[in-house]
Design a binder for this molecule. Structure first.
Ligand SMILES: NC(=O)c1ccc[n+]([C@@H]2O[C@H](COP(=O)([O-])OP(=O)(O)OC[C@H]3O[C@@H](n4cnc5c(N)ncnc54)[C@H](OP(=O)(O)O)[C@@H]3O)[C@@H](O)[C@H]2O)c1
Length: 360
């Protein structure tokens, strides 16, 4: 697509820092003269995406809370949202990608305190690995579903990478979280022997349908039912923690097989306040060090999805094969964004919160 003006103006949701709310703002992208000399297009290495849907994640709230006042000096319009699905409307002459104008892509935009995906347009620099995390949409998904999987399925794949789970017994903490749902489906399709998951009673049915043999209500005592499961069918080979918490560590050598693996993406505390995040990271990293030094009878990993983990193509195959499906709680219109954000902050939802940005 060739544009008439050097400046592409659009709307996006953004915040300046933790003390200011997320608001609808005007933003712009600077274009360059097109090769033909007529009109404007994107710089050589870039692609421009017209965003149709963006999905929200708990990390969006965490990043807002971590935007200390001084950061507003560097970028007073920090976009919100990481997941997106949209149409490629311009491709630079030297862009490092096979996608073409008119393709619809699903992606994860990694840069922190930069632009966001709850935005009418997003320009991606294909030379940057944290912006080049996308693939064309899976043929069996709606565009809203296509915006909903990159962060959660990518994280689930990262949590299970390198683990052999055929015939293994696995405890999934946070089985109804979006990451947990993907983890359970991957474990099921990989032939895990027994999956036990923690969730609320309201999520029991869906979590079992996805592949858990049994569920444990995390609102009551977690330890006793986990120990009961060990008595009944033996120790767990892996604990895959998608929600955070330290309930099991007092009895971990009974729960987790010697040489087993405990993978977390949250650490010892769940919550999005700065204080809780710092405690959680500190405790988690202490365990990582203890694990690396051989002080633990099991391997403990605190994992973060990073742009170098090249998952989109494999994830797309898993979706197209039907190995993993995507759950959406609700789709909000662009102008209803604040309702969607409130819902995310409430924690009272089941599946992804999606924002529809463009009518189509
Ligand atoms: N390190 C990383 O790279 C990375 C990447 C992605 C996500 N994360 C983190 O992983 C966590 C999950 O993210 P998500 O997007 O998958 O979550 P999500 O979809 O927002 O999870 C919401 C669900 O979590 C369940 N839940 C809440 N507290 C729980 C608890 N104490 N125990 C078990 N389940 C609980 C609730 O389900 P029910 O009450 O119905 O059971 C709720 O519906 C977040 O903290 C997120 O920040 C980290």
């Amino acid at each position: 697509m060739v544009f008439d003006s050097e400046i592409l103006n659009y709307k996006a949701y953004a915040y300046s820092d933790a003390n200011h709310p997320v608001e609808l703002v005007d933003d712009s992208i600077k274009l360059v003269k097109s090769a033909s000399g007529e009109g404007y297009t994107v710089p050589a290495n870039n692609i421009l995406v017209k965003i149709h849907y963006a999905a929200l994640n708990p990390v969006d709230i965490k990043l807002h809370h971590l935007a200390f006042g001084i950061t507003s000096l560097f970028n007073p319009k920090k976009g919100i949202g990481k997941d997106y699905c949209g149409e490629v409307v311009a491709v630079g002459s030297e862009a490092n990608t096979t996608v073409k104008v008119g393709d619809f892509i699903s992606g994860l935009y990694f840069p922190v305190h930069a632009k966001g995906t709850v935005s009418q347009y997003l320009m991606l620099d294909t030379t940057k690995k944290d912006e080049r995390v996308f693939t064309t949409v899976a043929s069996n998904l709606s565009l809203a579903e296509s915006a909903s999987w990159p962060s959660v399925l990518g994280t689930a794949m990262c949590m299970l990478k390198g683990l052999e789970f055929k015939d293994k017994k696995v405890l999934v903490l946070g089985g109804a979280t979006s990451v947990g749902r993907s983890v359970i489906q991957l474990l099921r399709s990989g032939g895990a022997k027994e999956i036990v998951a923690t969730c609320s009673p309201r999520s029991e049915k869906i979590v079992k349908e996805l592949g858990a043999a049994s569920t444990i209500d995390y609102h009551s005592n977690l330890l006793n039912p986990v120990l009961e499961s060990v008595k009944m069918t033996g120790e767990f080979n892996y604990v895959i923690d998608c929600c955070g918490g330290d309930d099991l560590f007092s009895n971990i050598s009974t729960i987790l097989q010697k040489g087993g693996t405990y993978n977390t993406i949250v650490g010892d505390r769940s919550g999005s306040s700065v204080y809780i995040m710092l405690i959680s990271i500190f405790m988690g990293m202490s365990r990582v060090i203890a694990s690396k030094l051989g002080f633990l009878s099991y391997t403990y990993n605190y994992l973060f999805l990073d742009p170098g983990f090249n998952f989109p193509e494999e994830a797309k195959k898993l979706l197209e094969n039907g190995d993993v499906k995507v759950d959406i709680d609700h789709i909000y219109k662009f102008e209803e964004f604040n309702e969607g954000l409130k819902k995310l902050e409430s924690g009272n939802y089941s599946g992804k919160i999606v924002i529809q940005i463009t009518d189509h």
